[in-house]
Design a protein around this ligand. Sequence first.
Ligand SMILES: [Zn+2]
Length: 378
Amino acid sequence: MFFRDIIGQEKIKDHLRQTVEKDRIPHAQLFSGPAGTGKLPMALAYAQYINCENRQDGDACGVCPSCKKFQSLAYADLHFIFPTFNLPKTKTKGSDNFLPQWREKIQENPYFDQIQWALFIDPKGTKQLTIFKDDSDKIIHQLNFKSYENGYKIIILWLPEKLNLTAANKLLKVIEEPYPKTLFLLITESVDKVLPTIISRTQLIKFPKLPASDIEAFLRKKYPELTESQINNFAHIAGGNLVEAEKLAQTDTAETNSLLEDFVQFMRLCYRFNFDELLSFTDKLSGTGKEYLKNFFLFATRMLRENFLMNIQLQNLNSLSKAERDFSEKFSSFITPENTKGILNEMNLAFFHIERNGNVKLILFDLALKTGKLLRKK
Ligand SMILES: [Zn+2]
């Protein structure tokens, strides 16, 4: 992980770089702030930076042996403690039993929250996650061992608020007195739930919520299929939390993709009018449920309006996603001043009947016949 991979938080990056340059790395630091502000990725980037053999331009080099190991999370002196649950038939409890999943989660996307982690290791969501006494024992054991590598030993403890009391007390003792070339990075989402004795032994670094502009820039890059208005919307709803913004983007993308596919298919079949194909498609669509059909009609109405605007060369480029634009380039030539009003009327009428519990299959099939006629009339 590099500093440059982290969204925003430039002041914190500068501060952390300074600790390295001035050779004043506090031996225990507490990264505190709401979820989705980049605390875990920052800890990973900091750890890699500290141990990089050839730091350049304020970031790790990415090619030295230490960087290589960090990038695959295989650096032997990098240790992780995080909340888990008790697995039957294991000798000890705690993080070590879940290391493969932990590495997988970070490699996939280091921005995740407690709920996502819990569901990743316990999809049914029934387990209470804790940091166990065995986790603290493991740390104490590692501290007394000599280093495997030349650099710093780094212990990243995710969510100290989940330490059980025995584990917390054990850990306190080792945080109290610095070990040579050893760094504790604690990451909390609820500093008020961390033992005050732990807080008082660490240097606190507060992570502010991300500004909407940072989240927008991130969404724009990672989710090119989103429209500007979606990006703007999600960034504001997310309230400075990148993880929330991604959740919105992902859910919405899945549904939008399927709406677009269904719309494209529906229009093609209306136009071509193959009785059997159309029947099996309207059959399928009628089984998707009222909520989905409502969105389908809203989506179809929006697409028809936008295509009409494209047809008369008045379109607003930002209002369609890339996939929608690609389809509309050809499709818009079929949505003309002659038939647009008629198609929209038929759509409204069909939806009106569905809402009043008409026979959905019949309504959709009838709509397809009328739409097909109007499309071919263009
Ligand atoms: Zn390096």
